[in-house]
Unconditional design. Structure first.
Length: 309
């Protein structure tokens, strides 16, 4: 089973407007609210890929109930730890010329006992999990080394840990030797405090992350595909040119592709084809954390994977 953790889920509210003019009344053409947060996006895409993922993390208040109901409608299993504080809202305003402006709330502050409750649940779930995906930032007052703690728990239970987070939380978590991490170039630049201009520099940054503890590193490059490497091999995946509609969540969809491919025992080439095709399909659709199975199948064949070394 694939289990996902979203410590800071959100109701993702999307407003479509013709144009956006600061300081003026904006008329909303259409509005949509969905269950969001990076780990939840991964869960939704795993479900579309016909697996039975389990979503975990923290949910509270009215917004928490809304997210549970949305997951119920999608027939997605979940075991969220209930908290007293309200789960956050995130707002994405998209104009006719496809410019997107996001407003992200910080999210709840945990109370005494919340983390302990979560810990009991995750230890129980580990017994039936093969792949654990943790995505996104912490909600407020989770200790910085908490992903490292989860990584260690995965190791003890022989569970593959896929971590998609950034900054100090990622740096610390590398000590637990996660099975796979997926930074994009901006995240790597910030993490390693370097500039990246060329493919060779992407590869050297990836090697540095392997030295720091990651077993496998996928560096996603948006419309330029990705570089995937481990201590032995380096691969490049090139993607076809597409008319992207909304690339937010393409990284999460890529992670879903990896999780499903690893669970099914895919070889690297097939794994990279699936994960990129998921990122592409997400980018072709307006909804975040959404892919179309037929589209994924079509684009799998159009992703070009090359072994560089
Ligand atoms: P997010 O954090 O919003 O989920 P990300 O920055 O982590 O995204 P990206 O590198 O933008 O992830 O995209 C992940 C994958 O999705 C890419 O490796 C690629 O396969 C696909 N993809 C994203 N944008 C495009 C695009 N414009 N054209 C083709 N493929 C794309």
């Amino acid at each position: 089973m694939i289990t996902t953790i979203t410590f800071n889920p959100s109701i993702d509210r999307m407003y479509r407007v013709s144009s956006m003019n600061i300081g003026e009344v904006q008329r909303v053409v259409s509005a949509k609210a969905t269950a969001g947060g990076k780990g939840i996006n991964v869960t939704k895409v795993c479900k579309i890929l016909q697996e039975e993922p389990l979503a975990m993390g923290f949910l509270g208040g009215y917004n928490g109930e809304f997210i549970k109901e949305e997951l119920r409608k999608l027939d997605i299993k979940n075991k969220f730890t209930k908290i007293n504080q309200e789960t956050r809202n995130c707002l994405n305003i998209i104009t006719d010329d496809k410019v997107s402006t996001e407003f992200l709330e910080k999210g709840p502050i945990l109370e005494d006992g919340d983390l302990e409750k979560f810990e009991n649940d995750i230890k129980e779930v580990m017994k039936s999990t093969k792949i654990l995906v943790a995505s996104g930032s912490y909600c407020q007052n989770i200790p910085l080394d908490y992903y490292e703690k989860i990584g260690n728990l995965c190791r003890e239970n022989n569970v593959k840990f896929i971590l998609d987070t950034s900054g100090e939380a990622l740096k610390v978590a590398l000590k637990s030797k996660p099975y796979l991490i997926k930074p994009n170039t901006d995240e790597i630049k910030q993490l390693l405090n370097i500039d990246i201009e060329s493919r060779d520099e992407v590869i050297s940054a990836g090697k540095k992350l392997i030295e720091m503890g990651a077993e496998n590193v996928c560096i996603s490059l948006g419309k330029d595909g990705m570089i995937y490497l481990n201590a032995e091999e380096v691969y490049e995946a090139k993607v076809p040119k597409i008319e992207a509609v909304n690339t937010v969540g393409s990284g999460d969809s890529t992670i879903a592709g990896f999780s499903v491919g690893i669970l099914r025992g895919y070889e690297i080439e097939e794994l990279l084809k699936l994960s990129n095709a998921c990122g592409i399909s997400n980018a072709l659709n307006i909804e975040t954390g959404f892919v179309i199975l037929e589209e994924v199948e079509k684009y799998k064949d159009l992703v070009k994977v090359t072994k560089l070394s």
